[in-house]
Design a protein around this ligand. Structure first.
Ligand code: HEM
Length: 143
């Protein structure tokens, strides 16, 4: 193999490894959440809480729950650094025109915290996820 061929091969291998690593759930990061599967269960419980919460349930009455759960699980995994790539719509786009207020945002954050507590996720890890979602406030809340 020529020198150039070796370099090209090394680059291709490095790129493939990088892409694979970027999209593979990172077990250590997701361990406090019960892995990717556990995170999916937490999201399911979270969405059920949203649908039952009289403060905000109206927002979710026509929601595509299956998609919402799948998108949220990947987004949580992504922001935690768990190796997923969120593939849903932008936060601005998906919440535009829904007239979501800060009080609604806080109600949702409380439901997420309750779902995490119910799954025995340690407080420090709960805070990590909430802190990474908090800046999205500016793209979600309109009033
Ligand atoms: C940091 C806070 C929030 C995050 C990370 C978040 C995340 C998401 C995601 C990932 C989706 C799905 C996107 C897609 O389908 O491509 C979504 C949809 C939606 N979100 Fe949020 N959201 C947040 C806050 C809120 C709040 C406060 C409300 C209302 C109380 C809300 C109501 C909705 C509704 C109604 C949908 C559309 C569901 C559907 O029609 O199927 N979200 N959100």
């Amino acid at each position: 193999m020529s020198r150039i061929q070796s370099i090209v091969t090394a680059l291709v291998v490095a790129t493939i490894s990088f892409v694979a690593a970027a999209q593979m759930p990172n077990d250590a990061v997701l361990a406090p959440y019960g892995g990717y599967e556990g995170l999916g269960k937490i999201t399911h419980d979270f969405v059920e809480r949203l649908q039952k919460n009289p403060r905000i349930s109206a927002f979710f009455k026509d929601a595509d729950v299956e998609r919402l759960e799948a998108m949220l699980t990947d987004q949580f995994c992504d922001v935690l650094g768990g190796g997923c790539k969120y593939s849903g719509k932008s936060m601005k786009e998906v919440h535009a025109g829904k007239r979501i207020a800060t009080a609604d945002f806080n109600a949702l954050a409380e439901d997420l915290q309750d779902a995490l507590t119910a799954a025995n996720v340690p407080t420090s890890q709960q805070n990590k996820l909430i802190a990474r979602l908090a800046p999205m406030h500016r793209d979600v809340v309109e009033k």
